[in-house]
Design a protein around this ligand. Structure first.
Ligand SMILES: C[S@@+](CC[C@H](N)C(=O)[O-])C[C@H]1O[C@@H](n2cnc3c(N)ncnc32)[C@H](O)[C@@H]1O
Length: 249
């Protein structure tokens, strides 16, 4: 039976990798590295750097493979389901590219596999089913709160983790006074009434390029929009996350 380890590698700083993650990498027979063509945001270089730092010279074999592209024209959930099927097929092909019995295979997962990551859903599509092991990694939210040196939650209070798409479509959800927002390519914070809201924003968290801003949303929204646009243009890609807090209702 194939063993598949999904190893969280953190959000861009090779030092985010845990000792447990490094040990799981060294114990693998095969490490798969996905590529997204010329897209700089595939961060394959970071995965290569982590492998170079952690693996001994005669370590596991490294196989790079091209990730299929998601059909952005299809309805979101249908498009994602088809894409997951295609990614599972690409994983299978990469896993068996060196022989029919791949043994212990490792995939290096951005952040942690549990948070806005479909690796576990894709792994569940593999046939024959491998034995799956998860090694936790530092998430973008941990990198964000650490960078700002803030707690995620207010005293005894809930935090809702959501996406830019949902925040834009539904406004501020009633169930929490703190929101952690990820996967927001469109700066959904600008769609909110800013009065009484504080934002802690971070881009390229954990990386040399890290940018942080925080303050009242009313003062910061346009500055963050400008900084974000400039950084995105300069680097060719951006990943950002933010925490919003409003006075308890
Ligand atoms: C597909 S999700 C992956 C999340 C990841 N599994 C985790 O544990 O953080 C991608 C989103 O994570 C956030 N993200 C990941 N890396 C980041 C970074 N270095 N800086 C800021 N946000 C990041 C962004 O909101 C981005 O849109």
């Amino acid at each position: 039976m194939t063993d598949l380890s999904l190893i969280g590698i953190g959000t861009g700083n090779p030092d985010h990798l845990t000792f447990q993650g490094a040990a799981a990498m060294r114990a693998a027979d095969l490490i798969l590295i996905p590529r997204k063509g010329v897209d700089k945001a595939d961060l394959a270089d970071l995965r290569r750097e982590i492998c170079a730092r952690v693996l001994p010279p005669a370590g596991p074999e490294i196989v790079e493979f091209d990730l299929p592209v998601r059909d952005a024209a299809a309805p979101y959930l249908d498009g994602v389901a088809d894409w997951h099927d295609a990614v599972a097929a690409a994983w299978s092909a990469a896993m068996t590219s060196r022989g029919p019995a791949p043994g212990r295979v490792a995939l290096l997962i951005w952040g942690d596999p549990s948070l806005y990551d479909s690796s576990l859903r894709i792994a569940a599509r593999l046939s024959p089913a491998p034995r799956i092991r998860v090694v936790p990694g530092i998430t973008a939210l941990q990198a964000l709160t650490a960078a700002h040196a803030i707690p995620l939650n207010d005293l005894g209070a809930p935090v809702l983790v959501t996406t830019g798409r949902r925040l834009r479509a539904g406004g501020w959800p009633e169930c929490a006074d703190r929101l952690a927002v990820m996967l927001d390519g469109g700066m959904a914070f600008r769609s909110l009434p800013p009065a009484g809201v504080t934002i802690w924003w971070g881009a390229y968290l954990g990386m040399a390029e890290e940018i942080l801003r925080h303050g009242p949303l009313a003062d910061m929204a346009e500055e963050i929009a400008a900084v974000r646009a400039e950084a995105r243009a300069r680097h060719g890609w951006i990943m950002d996350s933010y925490l919003l807090a409003r006075a308890a209702g």
